[in-house]
Design a binder for this molecule. Structure first.
Ligand code: HEC
Length: 495
């Protein structure tokens, strides 16, 4: 558990990476101190480090392992692995270009707002090292200098050995030309008592066809309601404004329109985990390209009530013809359990607007959503979510004293990086604070990812519809801990 306690998160900075990069920072600092002591001249340092020999094994591999390999490893989202010299060497020129331009590793937030523990931008010295390596002919170096790759990079669990593993019950096959599908798989936890989850990792069985996965907690009560609705022939999720299209839920084209969710009640839908009031239930964990695993801050955990079922909602996609043959998937999730009920409970919450309509061809269509927080709480993460027309997203807080503060500003949103931003320090937000989320959508032909600029676009599951969700995780005191005496140290169930 200790390993997880520094709230280390992946993206390009998984637990292993952070430890590594911290270590290399320490080493670099020590070297700096020694050199400074020897020559006493800072300006000479940069010069001397460029001239020394830079090799893959000694200098570059540690950077690739910690900052690139989360995506650049076999069978992940990037086009090539950077785990070995053999794999990386042919890309040297392109690597230099992408790190100098700061396109890689991908990191979207404006650094003026918020400090994030998974900020994976390269330091200038990392960029200089990679540049020098390429300029010197991208040499391999001495095999003895090569550090071993972190284990999770070669197929293991990033969260460590799970206490519980849950897997979708059957294989799902996606054939070339299949439409997008949202498939819900139900997996009983068989937890006999309330259980607290400290870390969760969803491993897609086949990243060629799994676009994203969300694991929801469905309580026994919610499950009973679901079964009742189904037995009466009602489709869960259908409503006066939403319809079900195959396996996809979409806002009706002629439903009322409300782009400014802050001025009118009812437009912005507030999703909250923990209560199970939504059809899906509380959000336990998610997988999306570039998002990483869910490791909760020390002393916090998410609650899975006794008898709950996990609903894996898997978005399968044949990615518009890129598939050559049928592909099978069997996604699974590993959980690390808290050994005792935590003092604080983590809840995934969101401000969303499901009622917007983006006109055909609009280059920068604004949509807002708002929420006034009902209790004092701490915010620990943000995760903007839009689809292919998403352009930018801003989170702001208006405090009870009227002060307005930007919390997160993602000026160039990319659908490819559904990144979760982990705050270095939790942000305390008093009761009565208004959270405002503002998004812009580019439905013009200039947006090269736009599936069809001639179409009006509404909310919907498929990537050719849009979404507007400002996800954020909050931490609140655990009511169970406030009412009951201190725990006796009894282990949680489900082992
Ligand atoms: C969050 C995942 C992620 C991380 C971290 C990441 N990459 Fe990438 N990278 C991708 C994906 C996906 C692509 C292909 C799509 C694109 O180019 O945007 C890519 C493309 C590239 C390309 C271009 C390949 C080509 O087709 O020419 C290079 C070079 C590259 N990455 C290098 C790096 C290096 C070096 C690092 C670390 C310093 C890094 N990347 C970190 C996901 C990532």
């Amino acid at each position: 558990m200790v390993r997880l306690e520094n709230s280390a998160h992946f993206d390009c900075s998984s637990t292993a990476c952070q430890e590594k990069s911290m270590k290399s920072k320490k080493v670099a600092f020590a070297v700096l101190v020694v050199i400074l002591g020897m020559i006493g001249l800072g300006s000479v340092i940069a010069d001397s480090r460029m001239k020394r020999e830079v090799t893959f094994n000694k200098d570059v591999a540690p950077i690739f392992f910690s900052k690139c390999a989360d995506c650049h490893r076999p069978n992940d989202i990037a086009p090539m692995s950077l785990l070995s010299y053999k794999d990386a060497r042919p890309w040297a020129r392109s690597i230099k270009e992408k790190v100098v331009s700061r396109e890689m590793p991908p990191w979207s937030p404006d650094p003026k707002y918020g400090e994030f523990s998974n900020d994976c931008r390269l330091s200038q010295s990392d960029v200089d090292t990679i540049t020098a390596w390429v300029d010197q002919g991208a040499k391999e170096g001495n095999p003895r200098d090569l550090p071993t790759a972190p284990q999770f990079l070669t197929g293991g669990w990033q969260i460590g050995k799970p206490d519980v593993t849950l897997q979708i019950p059957e294989e799902w096959t996606v054939k070339p030309g299949d439409p997008d599908n949202y498939i819900n798989f139900f997996v009983p936890t068989n937890f006999t008592e309330d259980t607290w989850v400290q870390a969760a990792e969803i491993q897609p069985g086949n990243r060629k066809v799994v676009h994203h996965v969300i694991a929801f907690v469905v309580t026994p009560q919610a499950m009973a309601k679901r079964k009742e609705a189904e037995s009466q022939g009602r489709r869960p999720g259908a409503s006066s404004v939403m319809y079900i299209d195959g396996t996809l839920r979409r806002t009706k084209m002629d439903a009322p329109v409300n782009d400014d969710g802050c001025n009118t009640d009812g437009a912005s839908r507030t999703r909250r985990g923990g209560g199970g009031e939504e059809a899906e239930g509380a959000l336990l964990a998610g997988y999306a390209p570039g998002k990483g695993i869910d490791v909760l801050p020390a002393g916090t955990a998410k609650k899975v009530p006794a008898g709950s079922t996990i609903m894996f909602q898997v978005h399968y996609s044949a990615f518009a013809g890129s598939l050559e043959k049928p592909e099978k998937d069997r996604t699974r999730m590993g959980l690390i359990l808290a050994k005792e009920p935590p003092d604080k409970m983590l809840i995934t919450s969101a401000v969303a607007n499901t009622m917007f309509k983006i006109p055909a061809g609009a280059g920068s269509h604004e949509v807002t959503a708002c929420m006034t927080v009902p209790i004092d709480l701490e915010v620990v993460t943000y995760m903007p979510h839009m689809h292919l027309r998403g352009k930018d997203m801003k989170y702001e807080a208006v405090y009870p004293d009227g002060r307005r503060e930007t919390l997160l500003w993602v000026p160039k949103f990319s659908f490819s990086w559904q990144t979760m931003y982990y705050l270095k320090k939790p942000l305390s937000i008093p009761k009565g604070t208004k959270i405002i989320v503002t998004a812009h959508f580019d439905n013009s032909a200039k947006n090269k990812y736009n599936p069809d600029p001639a179409k009006e676009v509404r909310w919907g599951d498929p990537t050719y519809d849009e979404m507007m969700i400002g996800w954020f995780d909050i931490v609140v005191p655990n009511p169970a801990k406030m009412l009951k005496p201190a725990p006796t140290g009894k282990a949680a169930s489900g082992k």
